[in-house]
Structure formats: structure tokens, C-alpha cells
Design a protein around this ligand. Structure first.
Ligand code: AHG
Ligand code: MN
Ligand code: MN
Length: 329
């Protein structure tokens, strides 16, 4: 039997029509971004753009192209009040008089873009909240809304196939782009993260900068069967959060990008609004957990839209172990 398309799934799941329309626009943006990524080598779009973003990071040409593509596909949606991108300094207000219930869309247009030149998986991450009330001023403070208010989050992963993973709060569903029809078809309904795991993901080259709880957790894992954990662990790190999270949603695991002495001044490496919050909503909806090590990511009070936070997410029991290491200091 033919698998349901993304549109059919949204109708069957009784997703609010405005939200379904927005998800459709975002999915369409991701289809176009996938195309840019696939054609990067022919169009001379691999490599650096020669610019830096607001966070001082070197932009890839495809970071800039993906950001423009995402905005172009969403801009005409009348229910979006503002677009907030990792690659753009300021909030892009699309309405001068936003109403309660209008959407704010936060996005990381091309996650893991350092992997583009080496032909490894990259992705697009997005998060949607509704404006809680009619706001007096459409300014930057109006978009500082806690992660537990997200009504939808998802990502596209541009790998051997293009995947699209989505939650509207209940359940997480995975779609695959079908090149013949151009549709996203439901291939992984009800994705769940197993509670237990023996696989972790961390950039170990930063070990000398780690805080004690993280250093202790990793050294206990590496000690294997004869160590305090009493079992062997496997390690994977792709340097694309989407690819690491996609693996965790498929077979379990835990992902850590902790605060360390190299990134403490910024609060961590990963961005709260574009990376941590959407992935936390997805992982929790799939039965996993998402923490800063010292509290739930979805309860972090945002202080700036480009804010960074420590991120620890994945299999519930393993996140609990890492939180215990943090509590023990
Ligand atoms: P982006 O490409 O959007 O800047 O994000 C990269 C992020 C994330 O995807 C990944 O987990 C992490 O940065 C990789 O960091 P390292 O290069 O320090 O491993
Ligand atoms: Mn990213
Ligand atoms: Mn990015």
C-alpha cells in the first residue's frame, strides 16, 4: 500500500490547518535546500562565502543560500509574524502588527555545514511557537519564548536520502523524500528513543577543556566492563547535530555538547532557539530526555535569540546518569 504523504499525515493527525500549511511551506523549503546541497559542486557553491555571521562563524556559501531559500518559501505565509535565523543578526518581522496566535519560526538553515565539502550529512532544523498575546512592540524581546511553548519542531536531514522528521507535540514521525513523486512519504511513524543505551556522541578533542562531571562520565564509559559503568560503550560523532540526533532517534544513544572552558564565555556552543529547543522537543516527544546537565532544556528562560546553551540529549536513563554526575559536581 502507498505510504501516506506528509500532507495526508497532517490531515489524518488533525493538525490545525494554519500549522499544517506552515509545515508544508517549511517542507518545501527543505526540498529546495536539498537540491542546492546536491548541486553544490556543479554550481560552485561549496566552500566559504567570505563572510561571518553574527556569532563570528565563517559562513559557507550554502549557509547563505539555504537561509535565503528558507525565508523565500515562508515569507508569503500570512500567519508568520517573524522569521528568526541562526545566520541573520536581527529578527525578520514579516508583520508590523502581529496578532496573538501568529507563528514565529526559528531556524538553522544548514546545520553541520562544515560537512558539506566532504559530502557528509547536513540538515535544516526548525522550531515554531505561537505569539502568546498581541504584542505592543515587534522587537527582539517578543521572540524570547521558552522551549516548552513550541507547537512544532522538526528537521530535514540531507544524507543518502532526504529525511524530514516532525513533531507537533505528540509523537515523532519520519518521512523520506520520494524523488519520483517529489513527496515526503511517511516511512518511520512513531519514532521512539530507547531508554537505555551504550553509545555516546561527543567531540573528544575538547577533553582538556571539559568540566569535572563530563570528564568523569566519559572516562567511566571508556573504562568499559571493568570500570564503574560495568559495560563497554561505543562512540559516534558526525559534527552534524541533525545526523547525530537522527541516529539517536533510530537506535538510541546520547549526544553531548557541554559547556567547557573553551566556550563558557558564550554559555556553550549550540544555539538554544535554533538547535537545542527544537531537538529537545523532538527527543522528549520520542520518549527521551534533553538537559543542560543541570535542568530541562525546554525550561531555559531565553535571554537572547542567538543564546547558546550546553546540550545533553537522548536515551532517558543515560541523560539521568549524566545529570547525576553534574549533581555530584
Ligand atoms: P552549524 O553548522 O549550524 O554551525 O552547527 C554545527 C554544530 C552541530 O551541528 C554540531 O553538533 C557541532 O556544531 C559540531 O561542532 P564541532 O565542530 O565542535 O565538533
Ligand atoms: Mn547548527
Ligand atoms: Mn547552521
Amino acid at each position: 500500500m502507498q505510504k501516506p504523504t506528509l500532507r495526508q499525515h497532517l490531515t489524518e493527525a488533525d493538525v490545525d490547518r494554519d500549522l499544517a500549511g506552515l509545515i508544508d511551506d517549511i517542507a518545501s523549503a527543505c526540498r529546495f535546500i536539498a537540491d542546492h546541497v546536491r548541486h553544490g559542486a556543479f554550481q560552485g557553491n561549496l566552500g566559504a562565502a567570505g563572510s561571518t555571521n553574527v556569532q563570528g562563524e565563517t559562513q559557507k556559501q550554502l549557509d547563505v543560500i539555504s537561509d535565503e531559500e528558507f525565508a523565500a518559501r515562508c515569507r508569503s505565509n500570512p500567519r508568520i509574524a517573524a522569521l528568526v535565523s541562526e545566520e541573520v543578526d536581527d529578527v525578520n518581522w514579516l508583520k508590523t502588527d502581529p496578532q496573538a496566535g501568529d507563528f514565529i519560526v526559528y531556524y538553522d538553515p544548514l546545520d553541520g555545514s562544515s560537512n558539506v565539502d566532504v559530502n557528509l550529512s547536513v540538515g535544516t532544523i526548525f522550531s515554531v511557537v505561537r505569539l502568546p498575546q498581541d504584542i505592543e512592540k515587534a522587537d527582539e524581546n517578543a521572540v524570547l519564548i521558552k522551549g516548552d511553548q513550541q507547537v512544532c519542531a522538526g528537521y530535514a536531514v540531507y544524507g543518502p536520502s532526504t529525511g524530514f522528521v516532525l513533531t507537533t507535540g505528540q509523537g515523532v514521525h519520519g518521512f523520506t523524500h520520494h524523488p519520483g513523486s517529489g513527496e515526503f512519504l511517511l516511512t518511520q511513524p512513531d519514532m521512539t528513543v530507547p531508554a537505555e543505551t551504550s553509545e555516546y556522541a561527543i567531540n573528544s578533542s575538547r577533553a582538556e577543556k571539559w568540566e569535572t562531571p563530563v570528564a568523569r562520565y566519559i572516562s567511566d564509559n571508556v573504562a568499559g566492563k571493568s570500570g564503574p559503568r560495568g559495560r563497554s560503550f561505543n562512540m559516534r560523532w558526525t559534527a552534524s547535530m541533525v545526523a547525530d540526533v537522527h541516529r539517536i532517534l533510530t537506535r538510541g544513544g546520547v549526544f553531548l555538547y557541554p559547556m567547557d572552558s573553551g566556550n563558557a564565555a558564550s554559555g556553550g556552543k549550540l544555539r538554544l532557539m535554533y538547535e537545542a529547543n527544537p531537538m529537545a522537543l523532538i527527543i522528549e516527544a520520542a520518549g527521551g530526555a534533553a538537559s543542560t546537565g543541570r535542568g530541562r532544556i525546554l525550561e531555559v528562560d531565553p535571554t537572547g535569540h542567538h543564546q547558546r546553551v550546553p546540550v545533553i540529549l537522548g536515551s532517558k536513563d543515560e541523560v539521568a546518569v549524566i545529570e547525576r554526575y553534574h549533581a555530584e559536581g
